[in-house]
Design a protein around this ligand. Structure first.
Ligand code: UDP
Ligand code: MG
Length: 322
């Protein structure tokens, strides 16, 4: 029987812990009863350097229930790294993992279906959102625009899939060989290349607390995704450059013809506009190339991506008094 680990990254999630922990434990006990997963399956809460009582609550849950484990990171490293820390830690003590956000926006009822698809021979099962009715209009359109932009940039992602997914031990072993510092998990999973499938669900409202992904972080994630997987923006600079050069030739011909025919071309405005336009464009281009160089810089340093402070794995025998 396969030992399941449900990995949950948590950053300042004290408001949802009391709801999430029992809900996920219930999922586990149901699946254990049905004989679909091993009795020693567990939920692994990863505390991503929270500033509130999240870790205390995780410790409490760990003491209360044999179904809960906890991992404390030494500082806040962000969702993608926290999740990676959890997955790579879970890999060694489980046969299959499912990652899910702490706010339970993703439907836990499809976890059973994920397990079934895993047993049917899939190494990765993606949770895909049917609709985004509960997200605000703004979140919905920006998120969908993001997937479209990614596709246009040639990054393979699963449409409307966030980080709710099942991964087999084998897939995780492969994943752990991707040691890049510029992480965008959603873009990496399709690269692993094992047999995959999807399950569909409706995304719900956060059970409590507020989003830890404000617009600024969303834009950062989108840019991270594109620049970590595609060098298209750089080649686009080339195209724009050639286009402008072409426009310049036309303008030169126009000026020459006006000169010959005697109608003098006037205009300080058009001159200054074109200078500023080209200057701006050049700075933008240099900036973009600089972003990539910055990424290379971060990668070559090969710094550890996260630092584990505590791993609540085996329960202290003295506590097992029930
Ligand atoms: N999260 C994290 N570290 C961070 C920010 C977020 O581990 O620095 C976790 C957070 O606790 C949650 C998940 O990432 O479990 C997704 O965050 P959130 O629900 O706020 O994002 P949204 O669903 O609004 O995009
Ligand atoms: Mg959320």
């Amino acid at each position: 029987m396969d030992r399941l680990a449900i990995v949950v990254p948590c950053y300042n999630e004290e408001a949802v812990m009391e709801i999430t922990s029992p809900a996920l434990q219930k999922v586990l006990t149901d699946l254990i009863e049905k004989g679909k997963i091993a009795p020693d399956s567990f939920v692994l809460f990863v505390d991503d350097g929270s500033k509130d009582r999240t870790w205390e609550l995780i410790e409490q849950e760990f003491k209360k229930s044999p179904l809960v484990k906890g991992l404390k990171l030494a500082g806040n490293v962000g969702h993608q790294f926290a999740l990676t820390a959890g997955l790579i830690t879970a890999k060694d003590v489980s046969d299959v993992t499912i990652s899910i956000d702490a706010d339970l926006q993703d439907d836990v009822r499809v976890i059973e279906e994920m397990i079934d698809k895993f047993h049917a021979g899939n190494d990765i099962v993606y949770g895909v959102r049917n609709a985004r009715k509960t997200d605000s209009f703004f979140k919905r359109t920006t998120a969908q625009g993001f997937y479209k932009l990614m596709a246009a940039m040639g990054v393979k992602t699963v449409y409307n899939h966030a980080d709710f997914r099942l991964m087999s031990k084998r897939a995780l072993e492969q994943f752990s060989k991707y040691t890049e510092t510029n992480l965008f998990l959603r873009g990496m999973m399709p690269l692993i290349g094992y047999k995959t499938d999807s399950v569909y669900y409706d995304r719900k409202e956060r059970v409590a607390g507020e989003s830890k992904y404000p617009l600024k972080k969303m834009i950062a994630l989108a840019f991270e995704g594109i620049s970590s997987f595609s060098t298209k923006p750089i080649s686009m600079i080339m195209t724009v450059g050639i286009l402008i050069l072409f426009l310049c030739v036309i303008a030169a011909i126009y000026a020459l013809v006006s000169y010959i025919t005697g109608s003098v071309v006037q205009g300080w405005t058009s001159l200054i506009l074109s200078i500023w336009f080209l200057g701006g464009l050049q700075l933008l281009a240099i900036g973009l190339v600089g972003e990539y160089i910055g990424k290379i810089y971060m990668e070559v340093k090969h710094r550890p991506r996260y630092n584990i402070e505590t791993f609540l794995n085996q329960r202290d025998e003295n506590h097992e008094d029930h």
